[in-house]
Design a protein around this ligand. Structure first.
Ligand code: ADP
Ligand code: MG
Length: 230
């Protein structure tokens, strides 16, 4: 029988599978990390460089696993009315040290008294973290990340995260969100995939505006009420 999966079904299956594997890898990883830490105290200095490499590669596996685990079990996610400004403020605070390290300054414009958003708080934070991190990472010499939140209409909230980085070539825009698409030496190419997936689960949309050499602006639109998904 010729059974064809629609693209979204395929993504769903891949997501479930990836999350399952990620979960299985987590336990042996924990054991590895524990024993490597024990070894580290007893190792000769000559070998410390190897340890740094091992630790950094373990961290990399960890971040890949964490991205995939986010794709797991949407039914475990609870949507509650939340203050989106507060979620953004917490995220910005969380990333402030990283921003200072990269010579990046945040400019924030939050419309007053924005209505609450029906969302899963940690996932929403993850979206903001991924986009703001990308913004920081494309400005090696530093610059401004401008974050704006305002009501787009009676039904939607608009959030924009704008950088002054390299910009994205037009023919690469549709690659954003594809698993493992990265232009960074140490990138995972999973951040945007997770970001797009979470926003989609919140019945929201993402639009990308970008100009080479000028910067990129990611716009997120979120509905005030959770809509039934098609
Ligand atoms: P990673 O950050 O690990 O590369 P992402 O999924 O977060 O993975 O991003 C994928 C790719 O999209 C990046 O490698 C980069 O090429 C491009 N990209 C994402 N955000 C921006 C941005 N703000 N400016 C320019 N390019 C970006
Ligand atoms: Mg990223």
């Amino acid at each position: 029988m010729d059974v064809k999966l629609r693209k979204s079904d395929t993504l769903h299956v891949i997501g479930e599978l990836a999350a399952g594997i990620a979960h299985e890898i987590r336990n042996p990883m924990t054991a590895l990390k524990g024993f490597i830490q024990l070894l580290e105290d007893n190792i000769e200095e000559d070998y410390s460089m190897y340890f740094n490499i091992i630790t950094s590669e373990l961290q990399r596996i960890d971040s890949i696993i964490n991205e995939f685990l986010i794709l797991a079990k949407p039914q475990a996610v609870k949507f509650i009315e939340r203050d989106i400004t507060q979620i953004m403020e917490e995220t910005v605070k969380f990333l402030s040290a990283q921003a200072v390290l990269h010579n990046v300054q945040f400019q924030t414009y939050y419309e007053k008294d924005l209505p609450p958003i029906y969302c899963e708080q940690n996932q929403m934070k993850k979206v903001f973290i991924n986009l703001i991190k990308n913004a920081i990472e494309v400005m090696p010499k530093g610059g401004f990340v401008t974050i704006t939140m305002n009501s787009a209409s009676d039904e939607r909230i608009h959030i924009s995260i704008q950088d002054e980085g390299c910009g994205i070539p037009k023919d690469k825009i549709n690659k954003l969100g594809q698993p493992f698409y990265t232009t960074k030496e140490r990138g995972t190419g999973l951040g945007l995939m997770v970001t797009y997936k979470i926003v989609e689960e919140h019945a929201g949309t993402i639009e990308v505006e970008s100009e080479l050499g000028v910067g990129t602006n990611f716009h997120i639109y979120l509905p005030l009420r959770k809509k039934e998904r098609k």
